[in-house]
Design a protein. Structure first.
Lengths: 172, 172
DNA sequence: TTTGACAGTTCAAAAATAGAACTATAAGAA
DNA sequence: TTCTTATAGTTCTATTTTTGAACTGTCAAA
């Protein structure tokens, strides 16, 4: 599977991964949410090669996640600002940070805390159900095909020549 | 920055990205949540090369995200099961899917719907504040250093030789 | 005895990334 | 005027990753 194809898969996850699913892109987006806007800012914060940075920024602009906005004439210079589509990535970023906070911290504790202006407290993100408001656990979720479905992902196009599913081995 | 170093950054996001932040790993994890457990299952569902699949599975096992469990003797065979640490990735997966559902669907609609067993309805994941229960918007969040902080990310080790920040250009 | 399922491993070729240098514009300093 | 610095890239080669395809080994069933 080529990465271009990913974006055409009938799977919202594959499509999203096709857009933001690589390490540098995720780190660039983290910087965006930390208010970095300029080429040099990204480069020095991340240590990414200038070549790759230029390429990734272009892709994010093409995808409508960042907007390239002029901030100075002669020489013309631009900064990169999150669009609404980009801002909508926030729950993904927070979910990633929260998993790291839970499973990847050392004895010193969390590197970064998040304060919710609304209530003034440091918080964790909690994923709840839009319908009943309760926290969602993986085990409580059943997936089923929606209108845009076809197959779950690539699945070799061959229509399963002979699905004979006889148990042929003794169980352990 | 090498990828090994990423995991040692004082940033929960960088550390998490070091573990799951590549395209194939995310797709493998998606398959895990769709109940795929075996090597051949992953391989045929994703079209990933066997070489990379073996490598990625090994890494996920090393990281404690998957457990390699024997399901048959002679020949010995194993399947890959999500640990609790792995199950905790669910909010990340759901956040990714939800962004795709919002921004990457075609006219046909969503490929996959998620039903919450608790309330019986198809739902969207909503990120709320653990303290006040309200949905969290990026603009309402203020980040500040926690106990494990040092710097936000790599930041060239040089301590800013001369940070003279005089405005030297006319604004646009 | 041959075939097929399963879970990998091996190896050459192609693609992506790293690292470093180079280009260009313009302001300010010497 | 010339030199240096800031910013935002581009270009080039070397290294690393990923792909694609074939190969290995165990066992069961035909």
């Amino acid at each position: 599977m080529k990465w271009k194809e990913l974006e055409e898969e009938p799977c919202s996850m594959a499509r999203t991964i096709g857009v933001i699913g690589d390490r540098w892109t995720l780190l660039i987006l983290r910087e965006c949410f930390l208010r970095t806007r300029r080429f040099e800012g990204f480069q020095s914060a991340l240590g990414i090669t200038r070549h790759l940075l230029a390429e990734r920024l272009k892709k994010l602009v093409r995808q409508g996640i960042l907007r390239r906005v002029p901030y100075q004439e002669s020489p013309k210079r631009h900064e990169y600002i999150l669009t609404q589509k980009g801002l909508d990535l926030y729950p993904i970023m927070m979910a990633i940070v929260h998993w790291g906070d839970t499973h990847m911290v050392d004895e010193r504790g969390r590197p970064l805390l998040h304060q919710h202006r609304n209530c003034g407290k440091d918080f964790d993100p909690v994923m709840v159900c839009s319908e009943c408001g309760e926290p969602v656990l993986a085990k409580e979720v059943h997936t089923h095909p929606g209108p845009g479905a076809r197959r779950t992902l690539t699945k070799k196009e061959t229509p399963e020549p002979a699905p004979k599913a006889k148990p042929r081995r003794k169980a352990a």
